[in-house]
Design a protein around this ligand. Structure first.
Ligand SMILES: NC(=O)c1ccc[n+]([C@@H]2O[C@H](COP(=O)([O-])OP(=O)(O)OC[C@H]3O[C@@H](n4cnc5c(N)ncnc54)[C@H](OP(=O)(O)O)[C@@H]3O)[C@@H](O)[C@H]2O)c1
Length: 221
């Protein structure tokens, strides 16, 4: 079974479709979850701490006795502009990084305890390794994911378990992430189906405890 946090849209939803097309079970999670539109899953606003606590239990109930093949951490949003004018900045830190940690920790515990291979897939960004003038807080949350994934990858390498970490660094991609504020060069953004396919193919071939892939802007159009 695969759990895709941020699976109700964009890259996460494309990955869920690929897992399902391959005969797998994919549970998608997001604020605007709709069973008819997204298939199996449940609703969660990760900004709501009580809801996150409930979701940790719900992940366990959904998993029952199954193997957790992967937990995909894809939820996130962007805001671009002057830092001085960014509204509710704590929201971005919570939604893009801190709020998800209890779910990620639950998944990691499960994957390190099970005998079968389990993959923690962290969808960061090229903004996780490169500073950008107009997205200071977004870049900070994406840098945090990179530091987390690389450090946990080192932990995985020293551990006698089948838990793996895959860090993904996509560049600009044509998803609802950009709804309402598409940049002028949107046509040159990557195709989300191609990005999702590359991530899933890398998951399938990964045999090391840690791996990372970059998919920069314009390379998977
Ligand atoms: N698109 C790009 O250009 C690009 C480039 C580099 C990295 N990324 C990263 O890729 C990841 C996926 O983005 P995407 O492009 O697929 O964007 P997207 O289509 O907007 O998907 C974002 C996902 O995050 C979920 N989400 C947002 N706020 C949430 C909240 N408060 N609680 C729970 N879930 C929440 C959304 O679900 P709901 O709407 O249902 O809440 C949705 O499933 C993000 O982490 C993003 O930073 C994207």
């Amino acid at each position: 079974m695969h759990i895709i946090f941020g699976g109700t849209s964009g890259l996460g939803l494309e990955m869920a479709r690929l897992f399902r097309a391959d005969g797998g079970r994919a549970v998608v999670v997001g604020r605007f979850y709709d069973a008819a539109q997204h298939g199996e899953g449940f609703e969660l606003d990760v900004y709501d701490r009580a809801a996150v606590d409930w979701a940790v239990g719900e992940c366990g109930r959904q998993l029952e006795g199954e193997v957790l093949e992967s937990f995909v951490w894809s939820a996130g949003y962007i805001w671009r502009g002057n830092f001085a004018e960014q509204p509710d900045i704590r929201s971005m830190a919570e939604v893009n990084f801190a709020g998800a940690l209890p779910l990620v920790q639950w998944a990691w515990q499960r994957m390190t305890e099970q005998e079968a291979v389990g993959k923690l897939v962290v969808i960061s960004s090229t903004s996780g390794v490169k500073p950008r003038a107009d997205e200071a807080v977004y870049a900070a949350t994406k840098h945090a994911q990179v530091g987390f994934a690389r450090s946990l990858g080192m932990e995985a390498e020293g551990r006698n378990s089948n838990a793996q970490v895959l860090l993904c660094l996509p560049g600009a991609t044509k998803t609802p992430f950009w709804d309402g504020h598409q940049p002028d060069d949107y046509a040159s953004f990557n195709d989300p189906q191609k990005v999702a396919a590359k991530i899933v193919a890398t998951m399938s071939s990964q045999i090391t405890p840690y791996a990372e892939i970059a998919m920069p802007h314009g390379t998977l159009v």
